[in-house]
Design a protein around this ligand. Sequence first.
Ligand SMILES: Cc1cc2nc3c(=O)[nH]c(=O)nc-3n(C[C@H](O)[C@H](O)[C@H](O)COP(=O)(O)OP(=O)(O)OC[C@H]3O[C@@H](n4cnc5c(N)ncnc54)[C@H](O)[C@@H]3O)c2cc1C
Length: 422
Amino acid sequence: MRDCTERYGIHERITDLAELTYDESELRWLATARDGRSWTADAVVLGVGALHQPQLPDILGLDTFEGPVLHSALWPAADDELTGKRVAVVGTGASSVQLVPALAPRAQQLHVFQRTAAWILPKHDNELSSRRQVAYRAVPGLQRAVRWATYWQLESRVLAFARYPKAMRLVERISLRHLARSVRDPQVRARLTPDYTFGCKRVLVSSDYWSAFDRDDVEIVTDGIARVERNAVVTVDGTRREVEAIVLGTGFNITGSFERIEIRGVGGASLADSWSSGMVTNLGITVAGHPELYFLLGPNTALGHSSVVMMIEFATKYVLQCLERARVTAAPHVATSGAQVDFTAEMRRRSKGTVWASGCRSWYLDRFGNNTTVWPGSTLSYWWRTRRVDPTHFEPVPARLPVPAQSVPASAEGETIVPQQF
Ligand SMILES: Cc1cc2nc3c(=O)[nH]c(=O)nc-3n(C[C@H](O)[C@H](O)[C@H](O)COP(=O)(O)OP(=O)(O)OC[C@H]3O[C@@H](n4cnc5c(N)ncnc54)[C@H](O)[C@@H]3O)c2cc1C
């Protein structure tokens, strides 16, 4: 990646964005980087990602630990300090399933601290056989057909995620068979068995995570961590495990990428303040009060059943249409409050009865228990909704700036949503 940035001469243009302020007199954004440089922009597209700002756990005494403490998002280039050591791994999610199998053969002893067991499916990550490669070369369209078949196979899963969570019992059986094949000790298996519906938390894909616990030098610990001492992790039952390094697979602060940029829209309103009661957007792309500001992989556009890269591509095509409109009309546009309120209400309504609302705690739900992360439908339906920009979702700036909406009925059930915008 560094080579590319140098080869194409974009290295010096990459910088850490600190502030975005809308200038109403100029109808432009003022962008300021952390290194002090600044630019103006007619439009801003934020592709800042959601899964790279470390979520550090609030464990008593963690700062007093004498050895290295590594988070998966801040991994050092050289991690020799873990080889031959007694290592604690905290967290058993999507990062941990990658870390544990890689660390198990290197560490002298691994203690993996688990709060909630994860559902795991085997990873079909095999090399393509030479026969298949020959077939792909020889039969026109075959590779594309296989690719489409993969897409539809993944896409069909949304029915179970969003409509019929009970159907997950079938997949749970596949996962439990995978567990039974991977771990011999029934007690260890019991500790690794989830107690919530498959899909409620992120489903993990790994063929070598569970089998790592079949080793004598890898322990799964299900007692909560009471505190960390200078050279040990102590669990609530009083057991003290001496370790020389701690690895945190504790996930990410999903709003962190937005929050580390001070975004001020029309009237100087801070986006962080207006999102303090939950993120609200239209289609996960636009926010009322923020003209010509667009999000890629914004709220409610992550997935539990397929690849988010498609969602980013659909949003990108939508944004390109908006930018073209701004160019043709020579006028910036802003999302209406109404479109945002309707979309938020729709997300709440459609999230009910999905597997994500089946009673577990997950990164899909915000601290108020609302799904602000995942698109509660098929990728096909998101493509349909974003393929053309609905002009009624926007208004020109400054013709009629958004009026603060107080509260509106949000759903057929009469639930009321207080919009967090302007
Ligand atoms: C453990 C793990 C497992 C995952 N598994 C899957 C999966 O199975 N399927 C799937 O579809 N997705 C998965 N994802 C999600 C994955 O994050 C996305 O697929 C993809 O990386 C998102 O792309 P993006 O460009 O939106 O964000 P990113 O790839 O995160 O890129 C964002 C970029 O913006 C930069 N940036 C952020 N803030 C600023 C700023 N203020 N100034 C300048 N630059 C900034 C960052 O440095 C980064 O380079 C997984 C993620 C993780 C961490």
